[in-house]
Design a protein around this ligand. Structure first.
Ligand SMILES: Cc1cc2nc3c(=O)[nH]c(=O)nc-3n(C[C@H](O)[C@H](O)[C@H](O)COP(=O)(O)OP(=O)(O)OC[C@H]3O[C@@H](n4cnc5c(N)ncnc54)[C@H](O)[C@@H]3O)c2cc1C
Length: 441
């Protein structure tokens, strides 16, 4: 089990169960653990504990192995005499390579791929050119025709007894220290299903109207569960109705980016748009620090960056505004911002994150011929109209209300004590960003 840490609606588990007794295994792969930030590792450990609890209630246990998958999986297979290894197919650049290596190391024992973390397999949909779709709207049309699979609910598995020498979640390493004060959501499948039920019954109907407001709890906050597969998109899609078009479309964005990354794996690190290859980025350490610490003097940007450090989650609109600020106002490389996000996001997902960043930077899948430069003040007025989001995350501005909270530097005495003046002038940097695009394209 990897990014499919649940027991319901699990095609790979269903396929394994059909052939006999099942020993669920999770490999603590040092390559992945080293690159994941503390919040994601801590949430993973909690998810594994919850999964083990769920298994125990059904008479099973989760076997936990630490080491390189191509070494520990064949060893375990030999020791328990397994006839096959079942997985949900992985489409990330590392995951695909790892699975091929494990497959070779397994020799005659088959590695059976059934299902994936997506409702539609990323390699299933192709544009007329034969490549993956590069434009979301065309992908979404093709995806909508296929994304109707029924949830998979096979007979309950018969669990194999855990061999006495096998380690379990009881030997998980201590959780890495979280950034000070960070609070993570409850982990595991039951928590994910409860969060989905809560959203479905109380907020799904108003999702389209409220999803862009950073001050409201208008979105599902299911990304952390979807990331580790505690919930599968298929489970959610199966209970959506015709009125839930917008929510379905957001799930499609995730699948779109997975398909782009599957086809162009190098786009995890390199720009997707050839015209953007020559764009130049600055390297100003002070500006970087101001952004990363939420000290830019632009309240919406600072609120977003502080929410990231406090919760490991940020509202989508706020992610776009703060990413645009790094790229277009500070002229810093999107890859640096993407790395920072991956370090702190609990839902950090290579495809959605790198391509979310590339979309905002104008280096990726956005087909717009003009750069989308978000105005952090106009965005705050529109999507945080009372300033409540900023007041929550930027305590120095807790006494301010509109319009002062949008531009505290315009107060007669300047910004309140402890809050910085803007580190750059948005209107000037916007022009500079446009100049650079023309000069370097
Ligand atoms: C710069 C940037 C970085 C991002 N990094 C990530 C990331 O690392 N992991 C991640 O899951 N999402 C990422 N997103 C997408 C999006 O911001 C989050 O999925 C969303 O905010 C999660 O909150 P939610 O579950 O309440 O979303 P909801 O609005 O409730 O959406 C439901 C689900 O749809 C999917 N989804 C929604 N919007 C997007 C989107 N634009 N792209 C891809 N999937 C989407 C998610 O799985 C989400 O949980 C990023 C967006 C940007 C602009």
């Amino acid at each position: 089990m990897r990014r499919d840490l649940r027991l319901h609606d699990h095609p790979a588990l269903g396929a394994a169960s059909e052939t006999g007794r099942v020993l669920p295994v999770f490999v603590l792969d040092p390559v992945l653990l080293e690159s994941a930030g503390a919040p994601r590792v801590a949430f993973l450990y909690r998810t594994l504990r919850a999964l083990d609890e769920d298994l125990r209630r059904r008479g099973g246990r989760l076997a936990l192995c630490a080491g390189r998958p191509e070494e520990v999986v064949p060893r375990l297979v030999a020791e328990v005499g397994a006839s096959a290894v079942h997985i949900s197919e992985d489409f990330g650049p590392y995951g695909k390579k790892r699975d091929r290596t494990v497959e070779m190391a397994l020799g005659r024992v088959p590695l059976v791929r059934t299902g994936s973390p997506y409702a539609v397999s990323p390699k299933e949909l192709r544009a007329s050119t034969g490549t993956a779709f590069r434009v979301f709207s065309a992908f979404a049309r093709a995806w909508a025709e296929r994304a109707l699979p029924a949830p998979c609910e096979p007979e309950p598995a018969k669990w194999a007894a855990l061999p006495s020498w096998c380690t379990t979640v009881d030997s998980l390493p201590p959780e890495p220290a979280l950034p000070r004060g960070m609070v993570l959501p409850l982990a595991g499948e039951a928590a994910g299903l409860a969060a989905w039920e809560d959203f479905r019954s109380s907020r799904l109907a108003s999702y389209e109207d409220r999803r862009d407001r950073v001050d409201l709890a208008g979105t599902s906050r299911l990304s952390v569960y979807i990331k580790w597969g505690s919930l599968h998109a298929r489970t959610l899609l199966a209970s959506l109705g015709p009125a839930d078009k917008r929510f379905r479309q957001e799930l499609a964005w995730r699948e779109f980016y997975a398909s782009v990354l599957d086809y162009w794996p190098e786009s995890a690190r390199q720009v997707l748009q050839p015209r953007a290859a020559g764009w130049r980025w600055d390297n100003d350490e002070e500006l970087w620090q101001a952004w990363a610490e939420g000290q830019t003097g632009y309240p919406l940007v600072d609120a977003a960056m502080r929410q990231l450090l406090a919760q490991g989650w940020v509202h989508n609109r706020a992610r776009m505004v703060t990413a645009s600020f790094l790229v277009n106002d500070l002229h810093l490389d999107w890859r640096r911002g993407a790395r920072h996000f991956m370090r702190y996001l609990v839902d950090g997902d290579l495809a959605s994150n790198q391509h979310g960043w590339q979309w905002v930077a104008g280096t990726g899948t956005d087909p717009a011929p003009y750069p989308r430069i978000f105005n952090p003040v106009a965005q705050a007025r529109r999507f945080d109209p009372e300033g409540a989001y900023v007041r929550r995350w930027v305590p120095e501005l807790a006494q301010l209300y509109p319009p002062a909270i949008f531009e505290p530097w315009r107060l007669p005495a300047g910004p309140p004590a402890g809050y910085p003046a803007p580190v750059v002038d948005h209107s000037l940097e916007r022009l500079e960003a446009l100049r650079r695009r023309v000069a370097h394209s």
